[in-house]
Design a protein around this ligand. Structure first.
Ligand SMILES: [Mg+2]
Length: 384
């Protein structure tokens, strides 16, 4: 097992400092998506990015950036609610001095949404790493890992014809790990997965055949999810991962799907089921999943994500790092976290590829499926 960074975070002299806060601003961070993003739990099509950019200024002149990304169908928030949540918090910290851990306590008391807490903490971390003159990942852990993270790319709920077009595009881009959104209708889901499998056929990218992950975003009953696995196996299709097949509170159902899926070497991952450390403990106690999808927006930031990651590791669960529909800012912060944790099995940091235009400068890069982490101090992203 890797040595994990929470103790290094909580004792680091570069992290445990009092920061005087001079200003906090929150503005809309809007952009268009190349394709509407449709998943099982959200009845509306998401066609745009309606995020929030947070700009935190310290009294010694550093500016830290953070991003909050709402997902109304999953988290019950929205851009307007997040803006309100953050703006209400302004009075509480401007003119004050506080540590990262004070900030976490205060945002937990005063903010309603985990995504707004994540944005504030991200901006605070950005300042700490800039002050230390090192990239965020290095601030979180001084260990160096040589692994090359490979991201998946998501194909949302679309027709088989559209899925074929997208798969062809991703094949040409050198992406071989595809996360396919499924849910509700088994036959329709099977048709979409089949269409993608047909495009890749036996083609290989860097010695890899197509790898399939499916994500139902709570869209099935346990029976429906097991039926989907059976129908796919009838077609000779065995997903590596089945993410959140059932409703988030249905841990009995999740475990039923896991037992069945494990017989064919498919791992079941909890996503919407795990917002907090307590949620992760329930998954572990109930032996309900093989892994957890970490997301800064769900956990309310990097500190809680690290705590959840450490707990999951201790009990042998795998980890995925993912996000909502985020720009390079939150995704790069997540990649820094993943680098600090080391040895993550799955990377789902693809949403900047789904955006029509770049909304910020700098940040992570993509070479085919490989993720490149910026080496400049802080998160490495600037506003345009
Ligand atoms: Mg998911």
């Amino acid at each position: 097992m890797r040595v994990l960074p929470f103790s290094s975070v909580s004792t680091s002299p570069d992290i445990n400092i009092l920061l005087g806060i001079a200003n906090l601003e929150a503005v809309p961070l809007d952009g268009e998506l190349r394709e509407p993003f449709v998943i099982a739990s959200d009845s509306s099509k998401q066609t745009a990015v309606d995020n929030v950019l947070v700009r935190l200024t310290s009294v010694d002149g550093y500016v830290g950036l953070g991003e909050a990304s709402p997902f109304p169908g999953i988290s019950g928030d929205s851009q307007a609610l997040l803006l309100k949540d953050i703006k209400r918090f302004r009075k509480r910290i401007i003119g004050r001095s506080l540590t990262l851990f004070d900030l976490e306590n205060q945002t937990r008391q005063a903010m309603k949404f985990s995504a707004s807490r994540a944005a504030l903490e991200m901006a605070f971390f950005d300042i700490l790493a800039k002050r230390a003159g090192i990239p965020l990942g290095r601030l979180l852990s001084r260990q160096t890992f040589s692994e090359l993270p490979i991201t998946d790319i998501t194909i949302p709920i679309v027709t088989p014809e559209k899925a074929r077009v997208l798969a062809q595009k991703y094949l040409e881009l050198g992406l071989y790990r595809i996360k396919i959104k499924v849910g509700k209708d088994v036959e329709e889901s099977v048709a979409r997965v089949k269409a993608i499998v047909e495009v890749y056929g036996t083609k290989r990218i860097d010695d890899h055949y197509l790898e399939i992950l499916i994500d139902a975003n709570e869209g099935y009953s346990a029976e429906g999810a097991i039926e989907l696995l059976k129908r796919l196996s009838d077609e000779g299709i065995y997903p590596k991962i089945f993410e959140q097949p059932v409703q988030r509170k249905n841990l009995t159902g999740l475990r039923q799907v896991k037992l069945k899926a494990n017989q064919q070497n498919t791992r079941v991952f909890a996503d919407e089921s795990v917002y907090t450390k307590m949620d992760a403990a329930h998954i572990i106690d109930g032996d309900a999943a093989d892994g957890i999808n970490l997301k800064l927006m769900k956990h309310g930031g990097i500190l809680e994500a690290i705590r959840i990651a450490e707990m999951a590791r201790r009990y042998g669960l795998q980890l995925m790092i993912g996000g909502m529909v985020e720009t390079t800012l939150a995704m790069t912060a997540s990649l820094h976290l993943a680098k600090a944790l080391g040895g993550l099995e799955w990377f789902d940091l693809d949403t900047p590829l789904l955006l029509h235009q770049r909304l910020l400068t700098g940040g992570m890069g993509y070479v085919g499926a490989q993720l490149i982490l910026p080496q400049n101090p802080g998160i490495g992203v600037s506003a345009i």
